[in-house]
Write a protein that binds this ligand. Structure first.
Ligand code: HEM
Length: 402
């Protein structure tokens, strides 16, 4: 049993519970459970998605290099999960020792994972494959995101002369880590899922460079408060993402069978929520009168995480879990129509809550819809994992040492 998948299920479930909690507190049904904001976002980003990536990337790298399946590295697993536990305890109560320890452990786990991926190359020391380059560069941005995130409460931002640290943190993790890793995953799974190549098969190499330099600009722009870095970074990153999306939309455009299942819809429409803050950004920068810039800055990150990161996860988490535990099953992305509708309506409700007076009802509705969206995915994942857990338990019960 690959323990990371079990942790992914665990964190997906608590992400559902904390979304429900956000709905109930917004509707003042249970107002006393407020203040779980950090946990909500990070149960998804650090919890469900990072666990999945740590479990998955070595398997993908080994398969691509025709190497034997690597065993789960328990040192990395322990570092990541111990770090996560310390942060989950330390950040909500702002305990500096716990935050420092948690950040350091996750940083170490990420370094070790990067090293493992680098080693998982064909025996003749061939250069890294393109997907691995996406993954390792993404992990490099994660290291920056961890340092800045850990240092938010430890005074490191002043020491590092970071002008807007929270933005640097969010950009390194979203435009860096997640964007690059998701792009690598799309390159790997798209031909398997759709039985078609990318529309421009030679473009991923260029997309890699555009996205990496774009993310660099988007990290160092807010770091030095320089639009000369942010704007070119944004243009490069958006250009790369648009090119990536066209690559996967064009080949299946007229193919009704591909669109008859929710998985591809999840994968592609998730990027709407990725692009939404970008479309709004100029209005905030120009401080257009009557435009609630502060409300957007406070709420937009959550729409990004639920609408894009989590929704991308809806498609890939069950997909990879099935590939891992039911290799004979049909190759199919995860997701459900209910999740698809609920996750998008949730994003719309969240944005409405920013613009209306007394937006609490809409805010609660957004989280209620996101809870509804998570439930079918958690159940789908449980149906895949449950037989494996039962088998493992049976094997242990009748092991030859008894
Ligand atoms: C060791 C890893 C990480 C640490 C130590 C960390 C720490 C933090 C801290 C201290 C905040 C500020 C909370 C506040 O202002 O109340 C924050 C916010 C945030 N982080 Fe992280 N984080 C980590 C990983 C990630 C990852 C992997 C992602 C995304 C892919 C992410 C996305 C965000 C977002 C979107 C916010 C803003 C949340 C909001 O405004 O509601 N973080 N993080």
């Amino acid at each position: 049993m690959n323990l990371y998948f079990l942790m992914t299920f665990l964190f997906l479930s608590v992400a559902g519970l904390t979304a429900l909690d956000a709905a109930l507190t917004s509707w003042t049904i249970i107002p006393w459970v407020n203040g779980l904001r950090w946990l909500r976002v990070h149960f998804i980003t650090l919890g469900a998605l990072t666990e999945l990536l740590f479990g998955l990337l070595p398997l993908l790298a080994a398969r691509r290099a025709s190497l034997p399946k690597p065993r789960t590295r328990l040192d990395i697993w322990l570092l990541l999960n111990a770090g996560l536990l310390l942060l989950l305890a330390g950040i909500p109560i702002v305990n500096q020792v716990l935050i420092f320890a948690g950040g350091t452990l996750i940083f170490s786990a990420t370094l070790l994972l990067g090293h493992q991926l680098y080693q998982l190359r064909p025996a003749n020391r061939a250069p890294l494959s393109l997907p691995s380059r996406f993954y390792i560069t993404g992990l490099g941005f994660f290291l920056v995101g961890i340092i800045v995130g850990t240092g938010l409460w430890l005074g490191w931002s002043e020491a590092l002369a970071i002008k807007t640290p929270i933005e640097v943190h969010i950009h390194a993790n979203n435009w860096g880590l997640m964007s690059l890793v998701f792009a690598g995953l799309l390159i790997e799974i798209y031909p398997k899922v759709t039985k078609r190549p990318f529309h421009w098969p030679n473009s991923p190499q260029k997309i890699y460079w555009m996205m990496s330099f774009g993310a660099l600009g988007l990290v160092f722009g807010p770091w030095f408060n320089s639009l000369y870095l942010t704007v070119p970074g944004l243009l490069l990153h958006i250009g790369a993402t648009g090119w990536l999306l066209l690559n996967i939309i064009k080949p299946v455009w007229g193919d009704r069978a591909q669109w008859a299942k929710p998985g591809l819809w999840h994968l592609i429409t998730a990027y709407f929520w990725f692009l939404a803050p970008v479309m709004i950004a100029p209005l905030i920068i120009l401080k257009v009168p009557g435009f609630p810039g502060a409300g957007i800055e406070q709420n937009a990150p959550q729409a990004l995480i639920y609408g894009w990161v989590l929704q991308f996860g809806f498609a890939i988490i069950p997909y990879f879990a099935r590939r891992q535990f039911q290799p004979q099953a049909e190759v199919a992305l995860g997701g459900s129509w209910l999740s698809l509708i609920a996750v998008h309506l949730g994003g719309i409700a969240l944005w409405v809550s920013i613009f209306v007076e007394n937006g609490g009802v809409w805010h609660g509705l957004a989280y209620g819809l996101w809870t509804m969206a998570i439930v079918p995915i958690a159940l789908e994942l449980w149906r895949i994992l449950h037989p494996v857990l039962v088998d493992d338990a049976m094997e242990t019960a009748v092991s030859p040492t008894d």
